[in-house]
Design a protein around this ligand. Sequence first.
Ligand code: PMP
Length: 401
Amino acid sequence: MTFVDTPARLPTLAERTGHLADSAIGAVLRLTGTSNVIPLAAGSPAPETFCSQEFTEVTTRLLKRDAAALQYGDASGLPALRSWIAAQVSVPGRAYEADRVLLTHGSQQGLDLLCKALLDPGDVVVVDRPSYLGALQVFRLFQARVLDVPISSDHGLEQLEAVLASEPRAKMIYVVPAFANPTGASLTAPQRDRLAGLAERYECVLVEDDPYRELGYDPAAVPASAAPPSENTVRLGSFSKVLFPAARLGYLITPPSLIDVLMKFKQAADLGNSHLIQQVVHELVQDSAFLAAQLDRARDIYRERRDALVSALTGAFGSVLDFDLPHGGFFVWARFPQGTDTTRLLTASLEEGVSYVPGTDFYATDPDPTTLRLSFSCARAEDMSEAVERLARAWHNSIED
Ligand code: PMP
C-alpha cells in the first residue's frame, strides 16, 4: 500500500491555546543540561537527597505482599495517605480532616485543578511580586488577569487591599508562604493572618503553595505556620522536595465546599495518581525515624550549598550585588545595580559556564531587569566559588563593553 503525502487537515485549535506562553520552566531546565555549565538555574532538588535504596526496598516488599498494589486506586488519593497528610498539617485547635485532602500529580497539578474550578477568563489573580513562574504560567493559560503586589514588603498588605477593593473580579490571592520561590522569603504570622482576613473580606481564595516549608536551615528563622483552615484558604503541598520529584505526588487541602468539584476535575484528568507510588510514599513517610533522617540529610546538604554560594557571592561582588540570606528553600534572589540587564548577562554567563534564571520571568507585570534567581539546590558546594567567579567575569566584561 502506498501513502499519498497530502497536507494534514487538522481542526482549528481551541481558543485557550492562544494563551500558552513559551515554557519558561522548560527553558530553565534546558539551561541546566550542559555538563560544563555549573547549574544555578534549575530549582530541582539535589539527587544526593533521593532515597532510592529505601524506595527500592519498600516497592519490592509491597509487590511481594500484594499484586493489587498495581491496581487503580481511589481518584482522591490513597485514604491512608490522605489521613497522614491531614494529621501532619493539623495543630491543636486547627484540625484538618482527611476528606479535605486531594492527592495530585505534584502541586503543579493542584494549581491547574484549582484554576479549572475557580477561574473564568478575565478573573483577577493577585500574586506576590515576584512570584513562582510555573504558577504565573497556569494563571495565564486560564486567561486570568494577573496583578502583582510585593505582599511581604512594608506596605504590601495595604497595596493588596487597595487592589482587592478596586477589582470586583478578584478571585484568588497566590503566595508561597515559606522560603519562597524565587525570593527565599517567608511570611510572618501577622502577615499571614491579615492575608487570610483579606481573602475572607473580599471573598477570594487564598492559595498557599508550600513545597519548601520543611527545608529550613536556621532554627532561629522558622516560618509562621500556614493559615488556619477556613472557607477561603487552600494549601498546596508536595513530596517533590522532601522525597523526590519523580513521585509526582502533591496535595491540595481545600475548604469542604471545593473538594467535590476538584475531585471531579481530578478524575476527568487522570483517574487518580499511581496507586503504587502512593503506597510506597505512605510506607516511607509514616516511618517517622526515616522521615526525620531524610529531612536532616537534605537540610545538611542544602545548608552547606547555600553557605558556599552566599559567601562566594559576598566575596566576589561585595555591595554590587544586593540580596538577603535565604533561611530555607533553594534560592538566592539578587539584584545588580541599575542599568544591568540580567537577560543579556545570561548569554555571557553561559559562555563562561554558569547558569541562572533572569528575574524578569518571575514578574506578572513590569519586570525588573536587574534581578536574577540563583539556585543552590543542584550545584555542589565545592563548585560554588568557581560558579560565582564565572558570573563575576561575565558581569565585569559586560560593564566594560
Ligand atoms: N510551587 C512552587 C513554589 C515550586 O517551586 C514548585 C517546583 N519548582 C512547584 C509548585 C511544583 O512542584 P511539584 O509539582 O513537583 O510538586
